[in-house]
Design a protein around this ligand. Structure first.
Ligand code: 5GP
Length: 208
């Protein structure tokens, strides 16, 4: 049986990562079954966000209990709040032959790579810092102090791009989506995956 592939996608805040993932998931003609992992967070829910869809919004106390019980595949503190990925949820989803995307930061990516070396990690860069400002302002969801803090954090995050397997520059959302889909295809065409699927056929070819 083949299991799904695990992907990590990281990007500085305002890079367009969420829109990119939305477009990817909306493409029902795409060959592979893809799901986005839902993280746990202690962050306050933003207007329009839905509990159990955007995040599992939980208290700090509950988050700490989950850390103690070793329930996280990874977790990190980002912008003063905790975010984490449940081990159990990921294992269940992968068994269903579904590709899973973890929308997490570089700290979480580092932890996942240690535990699951075959994970495929993708970093998205904005076309410029100016564009980041524009997008964060347009989003209109955060106070200007928070936006400035996020820009500073974004710059720090960018330093980690080289730790990833693939790099996409989000100059144009459709081009970025095309790049992302190609990365997913490439992962599925790797020898290990192909051999799992076609081992009877390959053995037959070799023995003819
Ligand atoms: P936001 O608060 O804007 O939804 O997310 C802030 C940052 O937290 C983003 O960079 C996002 O990738 C990261 N993040 C979201 N969920 C997780 C998670 O489960 N683990 C880690 N390490 N980072 C996360």
């Amino acid at each position: 049986m083949t299991t799904g592939h695990l992907f990590i996608i990281s990007a500085p805040s305002g890079t367009g990562k969420s829109l990119l993932l939305k477009l990817l998931l909306k493409n029902n003609k795409f060959k592979f079954n893809i799901k986005l992992s839902i993280s746990y967070t202690t962050r306050i829910k933003r207007t329009g966000e839905v509990d159990n869809e955007d995040y599992f919004f939980i208290s700090k106390k509950k988050f700490q209990t989950m850390i103690k019980n070793n329930e996280f595949l990874e977790y990190a503190k980002v912008f003063g709040n905790y975010y984490g990925t449940s081990k159990k949820n990921i294992n269940n989803m992968l068994q269903n032959n579904t590709d899973i995307f973890l929308n997490i930061d570089w700290q979480g990516a580092k932890q996942v790579r240690k535990k699951i070396p075959q994970v495929c990690s993708i970093f998205i860069l904005p076309p410029s810092i100016e564009e980041l400002y524009k997008r964060l302002n347009l989003r209109g969801k955060d106070h200007i102090d928070i936006i400035n803090k996020r820009i500073l954090q974004s710059k720090k995050e960018i330093y980690h791009f080289y730790e990833y397997d693939y790099l996409i520059i989000n100059n144009n959302i459709n081009d970025a989506k095309f790049d992302l889909q190609n990365i997913i295809y490439a992962e599925h065409l790797k020898i290990k995956t192909q051999f799992n699927i076609y081992n009877n056929f390959i053995n037959k070819l070799l023995n003819e």
